[in-house]
Design a protein around this ligand. Structure first.
Ligand SMILES: Cc1cc2nc3c(=O)[nH]c(=O)nc-3n(C[C@H](O)[C@H](O)[C@H](O)COP(=O)(O)O)c2cc1C
Length: 187
């Protein structure tokens, strides 16, 4: 089982810090999965504009490949303008609708205000539902007050929620192994 840890932003550090923490907690479960961090900041992005897939640059093709070969995903995103960053939506736009079908996904998000935790429910989950992902009921929203100056998470409740997210993600991943990715309908 390969799990892709997606750092869905090209600016900022807290999203990546939360992602690293989730990786540690998933490792701690002893699941033995292959865990890989993918930072969108390391890629040269092109707008998805309907051109043939072969006409995109190597980085865009590599992103698609990484998503295709993964069996599950941890998606980490900052909140931008009450939604997800455009660069992250652009990557989702690049994927075939079946890419993430029936694969487990957990979400972590970071925002500058407490008021925007429901951005996960209203903006990101509908996209993952469209992809028919197995989205865990747990997600974790962090705010700058949960970090110290070096972006270490200093809030114990956040650590507990991340540990619980890791535990449930592994259960969903095991369930996904037994769920055929072929669908009877053709959508
Ligand atoms: C363009 C932009 C828009 C933002 N919009 C929001 C927003 O609507 N709601 C919010 O809570 N935080 C918003 N933020 C704050 C980011 O979510 C925050 O900077 C991010 O989670 C990462 O923190 P870091 O830059 O310290 O790593 C915005 C930041 C930027 C750069």
């Amino acid at each position: 089982m390969k799990v892709l840890f997606l750092d869905g932003t090209i600016i900022g550090n807290k999203t990546g810090a939360v992602l690293e923490m989730v990786r540690s907690y998933i490792e701690e479960t002893g699941c033995g999965y292959e865990l890989e961090i993918l930072k969108l900041a390391d890629y040269t992005h092109q707008f998805v504009d309907g051109r043939p897939a072969s006409d995109y640059n190597d980085d865009m093709k590599k992103l698609v490949h990484k998503f295709n070969e993964a069996d599950g995903y941890i998606v980490a995103t900052p909140v931008f303008q009450g939604s997800i960053p455009g660069v992250l939506k652009n990557v989702f736009d690049m994927l075939h609708p079946h890419t993430m079908r029936y694969k487990p996904v957990s979400i972590v998000a970071n925002g500058g205000t407490y008021q925007h935790h429901l951005v996960i429910e209203n903006q990101l989950k509908p996209i993952l539902d469209y992809f028919r992902c197995l989205v865990t009921p747990n997600y974790v929203y962090t705010h700058r007050s949960h970090f110290d100056r070096d972006n270490n998470i200093i809030d114990n409740d956040v650590h507990d929620r991340l540990r619980e997210l890791a535990r449930v993600f592994v259960k969903y991943a095991e369930m996904s192994k037994r769920l055929s990715k072929d669908a009877l309908d053709d959508d």
